[in-house]
Design a protein around this ligand. Sequence first.
Ligand code: DGL
Length: 257
Amino acid sequence: MTIGFFDSGIGGLTVLEESLRRLPAQDYLYMADTLHVPYGTKPQDDVRAYILKAVEQMMGEGIEALVVACNTATSIAVNELRELYSLPIIGMEPAVKPAVEMNHATGKRVLVFATPLTLQQSKYYALVSRVDEGGIVDSLPLPELVQYCENLQFDKRVLEDYFRDKLSGYDLNDYGIIVLGCTHYPFYTNILQEILPPHIRIVNGNAGTVRRLAALLSRYGVAGRGSGKVRFMCTGGEPEYIDKMRIALELLRGNEI
Ligand code: DGL
């Protein structure tokens, strides 16, 4: 059984890493749309076309389930992908609902980080309207963080300055939880946690997504017959980008960032 993971770039590796830990008896095909990363600052119609094309390419590789390991791509195209293909498709959604629930008792606010395109979508607006009865959710686009990540920029000083600047307009004592609503962002969880007041928790949707994947696989009666093998593909920039993906996955698996 090969499970396909798709993202604009290396962000979906944060979801793949979770899946490799939880579902080690599967094989994986990871696809990055290197020709078009980043998605989050581009027009929606262009991004939709990029996603359909890249996923079509993956379908020719014999995957049996697809994880759209990208919040932006999920919000733009997951419904259409499900209409086009009959295999199980799992998408990502910013973990706003669990964050609001977890935060309930503290009386503090929730801050969601995501790409500009995700935050502009009616899907995001509908999600927040559904779960945020108390009006405690604020959203902040962080497009530069995707670019840092794609450049494997993990210099603490650079990132700390960046986060401090972005958060300078917020009184962090008012917040209890930060939601990472883009799969690139968990690369920076540790760096971010260090500059936040200790009461703030950082959450992402990766574990929830992999739990849904596991449930779906068992519903389809698909037993794992693989060995955690990962094959990488991208839409351009080979072989350098393949190396970059391997390095980034190793960093995540070794807890080095
Ligand atoms: N990793 C993606 C996400 O989860 C998209 C980042 C980008 O290409 O802008 O939203």
